[in-house]
Design a protein around this ligand. Sequence first.
Ligand code: GDD
Ligand code: MG
Length: 404
Amino acid sequence: MRIELPKNVERFGTIRLGDLQRVFELDSGPGNGELPPPSHAIQRIPYRQLAKIFKEMAIVVPIRGERLKLIEGVLCGIPHPCLIIIVSNSEISPIDRFHMEQDALRDFCTFVEKDALIAHQKDPVLAEAFRKAGYRNILDKDNSIRDGKAEGMIIGMMLALLAGKGYVGFVDADNYFPGAVEEYIREYAAGFALSRSRYTMVRIAWHSKPKVVESRLLFRKWGRASANTNALLNKLISHYVGFETEIIKTGNAGEHALSMELATMMDYSAGYSIEPYHFINLLEKFGGIYENPRPEVMDDKVDVYQIESRNPHLHEAGDASHVDQMQYLAMQVIYHSPVCPVDLKKEILQEARERRYISKRGKTLARPQYFPPLSSIDPKAFLGDISPTPYGRLIGEGIGQAGR
Ligand code: GDD
Ligand code: MG
């Protein structure tokens, strides 16, 4: 991959937040394993270098009731060396969609001759393992794992950790272009190859999102929820750096990846609020304004890369109320953060009233559910509770090795 280095970097405590990076070549050749000197503004990352990272990477695909044809396309876009982890919250009754997903994954694994993991979010074995580990926020009143994309992602991260992976990336299951999926994963690996830190996050900004407008294709740049979330996050950063900034372009990036060191250190928030909360939690933990960053992170810094993908992004369209829900969730995590300045809080409250997310006289926004770092879980004990090895055997109806 040939990719530019971020032209502008906002430094915030221990965080290095890079501006959008353009990709010039998706494949820049096999290379001899050496990277060009870090001083070059455009970096060539040879395929061999990316492939090394793929081997260390798990790709988590959260699924809730998506069409099987779409899922098959997504699987096909995931580079062979990556470990696939599907976390499904699809219905089991009256129609067992999860069984159909398992079946499709098993076939896929047979054809491509590799292993994959698949788990169901409501698997009682998983819920019990989280309960025993003291990770109770992920459970509802009935001691079963809560619904939500973030909750599925947390299960996926835990499985990636248990499988010994160094990186974990996410791709949605409702993507129409396998080529886009492949590109995102290449870009995750490129970000990790560029990073000088063990604590790295890579976020994808879609180049465009095709939409039919008056019977012609319009390639929109910003999604409806993203524009609002980015603006609020940028206001927050501007408050602290004292200069207006537009550095954040990926406030809602569903497509993102984390080094495992960073993934296990962060707090998370529920459902679709997880992606905007990444930024908030990074600022809280490593921004030097609220908590004192850990010494090991002080030395290494936290690298955040935002990479602009080349493929258009086409996925199942959510309706207006879905977009509203996403926007409201992003506003909640910003509003409730101890790093949110008073003026911004007022502005968010006003906006929530105007958009009718809360009543006209509402005094606050709903508070989302938060989850502590996964480093609080003892991986050995957790693994012992779900399986002798991550690939060991089928557990209940849930985790299992599909294919070989
Ligand atoms: N395991 C699991 N559990 N998966 C879920 C759940 C759940 O409760 N809810 C949704 N998913 C899966 C969906 O099946 C899909 O594969 C993926 O999570 C994203 O959900 P969508 O409902 O398709 O989200 P979206 O398209 O509106 O928004 C996406 O893009 C946004 C902007 O980049 C998501 O990735 C958002 O998180 C993101 O902010
Ligand atoms: Mg979608």
